[in-house]
Write a protein that binds this ligand. Structure first.
Ligand SMILES: NC(=O)c1ccc[n+]([C@@H]2O[C@H](COP(=O)([O-])OP(=O)(O)OC[C@H]3O[C@@H](n4cnc5c(N)ncnc54)[C@H](OP(=O)(O)O)[C@@H]3O)[C@@H](O)[C@H]2O)c1
Length: 438
C-alpha cells in the first residue's frame, strides 16, 4: 500500500475544524484522487479542552505549533491559526526548515512575509500552497499560478470581502443605513466584533497584494495599495448610482499602467449590467484580464469553513500527488528571487470617470461655479443632475450629482478643492471612482 500523507494541523477553528471533518468524511474519495491515503496525525490549538464538535481521535495533541511543525509524525504542516506574525510565521519557517510542505489560508502572513517564505520553500524544494488565502473557495491562485502561465495579465480585480459586499447589497436592496447593515452582519456572524479590518479595505488589500504579485511578477507589496473603505458610503450614493445605471462595490483592483502597477482598494461604481455588479451578498468574485485568454471571471464563496476547507484540501491533494525529489513549482508562480520590485503608480495619476455628489446651497450661480471649477481642470462632464433635497433644510440645499468623462485623480481633487473654497458647499464632497469595464 502507498504510504499515507500525514498532516499536522495548527488551528482548529472555523477552517481547521471543517478541514478535519472533510478529511474524515471523504477519506476514501481523497485517497482515490490523491493516489494515497490522507491522514491527520497531529493537531494544535490554544485550548486543548474546547469542545469543537469533531473527533480528534487518533491524532496527537501538540501544545505549541512549533513542535507540531517540526514533528517527525507529519509530512505537511497546515497552518490555520491566522495572524501576520508569530506564532504562524515561526511555525511555517520551522516546518519548511524541517523538510515539511506547508499549506496555509493565512493572507495576512503571506501579504507580509510571502516572498521570504516562498524563497525558503524553494530553497528546500518544498511546496508552499495557499489557495484558500484569496477568495476562500474560489480556485483563483491555481488559475493565476498555473493556468495562465502563457498570459500577460493587464488587470486583476474583484470583490474579495464578503462582509463589505453583504453590507452594500443590503443597503441597496432595503434602503438601510451603513450602520444598520453592519450591526446585522455582526449579529449574523459575517462581521468581526471589530470590523475595521474588513470595512476599511485592509482584508481586501492583503488578498490584492498576493494577486498583484502573481499577475505582474512583482514582490508582494501591501503598503503600495491605495486604501479607502466603505464606511462613508450612504444610501444617497447608492440611490443616485442606481438611477444613473451603476452599482457601488468595494473593489480591489491591480492593473499594469505605463507608470507602474496601480493597486487600489476603494468603493467603485460598476455598470448595473456588468457581471461583477451581479455579485450579491457574501459572495466573492475575481476577474482577470489577460492578453491570450481574454477576460475570465470566477465567483463563489469567499469564506466559510467548508468552502475554505475545500481549497485547503485541494492544496493538500497537490502535495500528495507531487513526486518526492522533483523540483516543485515556485509558490508565487516564478522563482521568488526573480520577482521584481513593485513599482507603484501614484493614485494622483489614476485615469477614469468619477461620480461626485455635492450638497450645495441652493443659490443662483452655484451650478455655474461648479462648472467653472471643472472646466479649469479640463474635466468634461457626462451629466450634471440636481436631485430632490431631503430633510429639514431641504429648501436651502440642493444635492448635485456629477458624472465626469475620463480625467485624472489629480484634476478631480483640484476641482473639488476649488468648489470647496467657493463657499457654496455644505459638508464634504463625495467622490466615487467609476471602474471602466469591458
Ligand atoms: N474563516 C474563514 O472563512 C476563512 C476564509 C479564508 C481564509 N481564512 C483564514 O484561515 C485562517 C483561520 O481562520 P479561522 O476563521 O478558522 O480562524 P478561527 O476560527 O479564529 O480559528 C483559529 C484557530 O487557531 C488557533 N490559534 C489561534 N492562535 C493560536 C496560537 N497562538 N497558538 C495555537 N493556536 C492558535 C485557535 O485556537 P482555539 O480554538 O483553542 O482558540 C483556533 O483553533 C486565518 O488565516 C484566516 O484568515 C479564513
Amino acid at each position: 500500500m502507498t504510504s499515507p500523507l500525514r498532516l499536522g494541523i495548527a488551528g482548529i477553528g472555523t477552517v481547521g475544524a471543517a478541514l478535519i471533518r472533510l478529511v474524515q468524511d471523504k477519506a476514501s474519495m481523497l485517497e482515490e484522487r490523491c493516489g494515497r491515503p490522507v491522514e491527520i496525525t497531529g493537531v494544535n490549538a490554544r485550548d486543548k479542552n474546547k469542545d469543537r464538535g469533531i473527533s480528534l481521535e487518533g491524532m496527537t495533541w501538540f501544545d505549541d505549533p512549533a513542535s507540531l511543525a517540526k514533528s517527525d509524525e507529519i509530512d505537511v504542516f497546515v497552518e490555520l491559526m491566522g495572524g501576520e506574525d508569530d506564532p504562524a510565521l515561526s511555525a511555517v519557517k520551522d516546518a519548511l526548515n524541517a523538510g515539511k510542505h506547508v499549506v496555509t489560508a493565512n493572507k495576512a502572513l503571506l501579504a507580509k512575509h510571502g516572498v521570504e517564505l516562498a524563497q525558503l520553500s524553494e530553497s528546500k524544494g518544498l511546496l508552499l500552497n495557499f489557495e484558500a488565502a484569496v477568495a476562500g473557495g474560489i480556485p483563483v491562485i491555481k488559475v493565476m499560478r498555473e493556468s495562465l502561465t502563457a498570459n500577460s495579465v493587464s488587470r486583476v480585480f474583484g470583490i474579495m470581502n464578503g462582509t463589505c459586499n453583504y453590507i452594500l447589497t443590503r443597503m441597496e436592496d432595503e434602503g438601510l443605513s451603513f450602520d444598520a447593515c453592519l450591526a446585522d452582519a455582526q449579529a449574523l456572524g459575517f462581521a468581526e466584533a471589530d470590523p475595521t479590518f474588513d470595512i476599511e479595505g485592509n482584508d481586501t488589500a492583503h488578498k490584492l497584494a498576493i494577486l498583484a504579485s502573481l499577475a505582474f511578477g512583482t514582490r508582494i507589496a501591501p503598503d503600495a495599495i491605495y486604501l479607502e473603505g466603505i464606511s462613508k458610503i450612504t444610501t444617497d450614493d447608492i440611490e443616485a448610482a442606481r438611477d444613473l445605471g451603476y452599482r457601488i462595490k468595494l473593489l480591489g483592483v491591480a492593473s499594469r499602467t505605463s507608470a507602474g502597477v496601480e493597486s487600489r482598494v476603494h468603493p467603485a461604481m460598476v455598470p448595473l449590467g456588468s457581471p461583477i455588479a451581479q455579485i450579491a451578498g457574501v459572495t466573492n468574485a475575481v476577474s482577470i484580464e489577460a492578453d491570450t485568454v481574454g477576460s475570465l471571471m470566477m465567483s463563489g464563496p469567499g469564506a466559510g469553513g467548508d468552502a475554505t476547507a475545500s481549497a485547503v484540501a485541494s492544496d493538500i491533494c497537490d502535495i500528495a500527488k507531487s513526486k518526492p525529489g522533483h523540483q516543485h513549482g515556485p509558490a508565487l508562480g516564478q522563482p521568488a528571487v526573480s520577482l521584481v520590485p513593485h513599482e507603484r503608480a501614484e493614485m494622483r495619476a489614476h485615469a477614469g470617470g468619477y461620480f461626485i455628489r455635492l450638497t450645495v446651497l441652493d443659490q443662483p450661480g452655484t451650478m455655474a461655479s461648479i462648472a467653472t471649477r471643472m472646466a479649469e481642470q479640463e474635466i468634461s462632464l457626462e451629466s450634471i443632475v440636481q436631485r430632490r433635497a431631503k430633510g429639514e433644510s431641504a429648501s436651502e440645499l440642493a444635492p448635485i450629482i456629477l458624472i465626469t468623462h475620463e480625467t485624472t485623480e489629480a484634476a478631480i481633487k483640484t476641482a473639488l478643492k476649488g468648489i470647496e473654497s467657493d463657499g457654496r458647499l455644505k459638508g464634504e464632497a463625495q467622490m466615487i471612482r467609476i471602474e471602466k469595464l469591458g
